[in-house]
Structure formats: structure tokens, C-alpha cells
Design a protein around this ligand. Structure first.
Ligand code: MG
Length: 170
């Protein structure tokens, strides 16, 4: 792929079921963008279940037309069991750079009824920017509820959307 003078856009989406955390259930600690957020429920997942990192990873991979996160890191793989999702994110980052691209900006939305994410948004955006080696002004994070309807609104799931724009590596 010739990255000169080229912009690429990518979209990622993910959802994880939320269950009570151990010892009351199978939920893992609730981690978003590498930041642990206190909650009595957490994702049920093969890896650490970081729904936001999974969405960002898929957006980065999608922007360069690479295989998606499920292709690269299948949930049937023992090597991915309990994996920290930063591993997936950094592989996606490595691939976009190898293709000659860098992140222009990303706009992210997490949707969950609880916990309230207001006080964690800046920290989560900063942590993603740190991992990706870009300025935190390039990472925008929004948090919404699902107005108490459907599984997300009933607190039984968390979902994330990610849109990223890539430009030629400077
Ligand atoms: Mg996932």
C-alpha cells in the first residue's frame, strides 16, 4: 500500500457481556483502555475483555485492510487466554506503521449504564495515547448510557465504537 498522500479511515466495534466479578460470577475486572474502573460487574471474555481496546484495535486494522482482531487473535487460541489487550493494540499499531501510516486522530465512544465513566475519560484517553505513542489530543473519548433499554441499558453488556483516521507517517 502506498501511504504517501493517502488518508485511511477505520471503524471498530465490540461488545462484551457483563457478569458479577469473582467470587460472585465469571466477570473479569472491568478494564477500559487499559484503565481498571471499579465496578461489581466485569466482562466475560477469553482475553482481559477490554472492549474499548478491542474496538480501537479493529479500527486500526480495518483502516489498512488487515485481518481483524478475531482473525489475528482467535478466542480459540490458548496463547490468547487471559491476554492483556494492549498486546493486540500494539500489534495493530505495528502494522499501521509498517504500512507507512500514523494516527491522525481517533474518536471513541463507550456505552454502558454503569459504572459512570465521567471521571475516568481523560485517564483512559491518556493511557491509549501513551500506548500508541501519540499526543493525547489525538484521542477523543465519549461515554454514553443506553437509556436503560436493552442489554446494555440493563447493565448486562458494555459496547464500544472506534473511528480512526490515518495519514502518512511523517
Ligand atoms: Mg472483544
Amino acid at each position: 500500500m502506498d501511504a504517501s498522500n493517502t488518508l485511511r479511515i477505520g471503524h471498530g466495534y465490540d461488545l462484551h457481556r457483563l457478569e458479577p466479578v469473582a467470587p460472585d460470577g465469571p466477570g473479569r475486572p472491568f478494564v477500559l483502555g487499559g484503565v481498571q474502573v471499579p465496578h461489581d460487574r466485569g466482562p466475560v471474555s477469553h482475553s482481559d475483555g477490554d472492549v474499548l481496546m478491542h474496538a480501537v484495535t479493529d479500527a486500526l486494522l480495518g483502516a489498512i485492510g488487515a485481518p481483524d482482531i478475531g482473525d489475528l487473535f482467535p478466542d480459540s487460541s490458548e496463547a490468547c487466554r487471559d491476554a492483556e489487550s494492549s498486546r493486540f493494540l500494539l500489534e495493530a499499531q505495528r502494522r499501521i506503521q509498517a504500512s507507512g501510516f500514523d494516527i491522525v486522530n481517533m474518536d471513541l465512544t463507550v456505552i454502558c449504564e454503569r459504572p459512570k465513566l465521567m471521571e475516568y475519560k481523560d485517564l483512559i484517553a491518556s493511557e491509549l495515547a501513551r500506548l500508541l505513542g501519540c499526543d493525547s489530543s489525538r484521542v477523543n473519548l465519549k461515554a454514553k448510557t443506553h437509556e436503560r433499554v436493552d442489554a446494555v441499558g440493563e447493565g448486562r453488556a458494555v459496547e464500544a465504537h472506534a473511528v480512526v483516521l490515518l495519514g502518512p507517517k511523517s
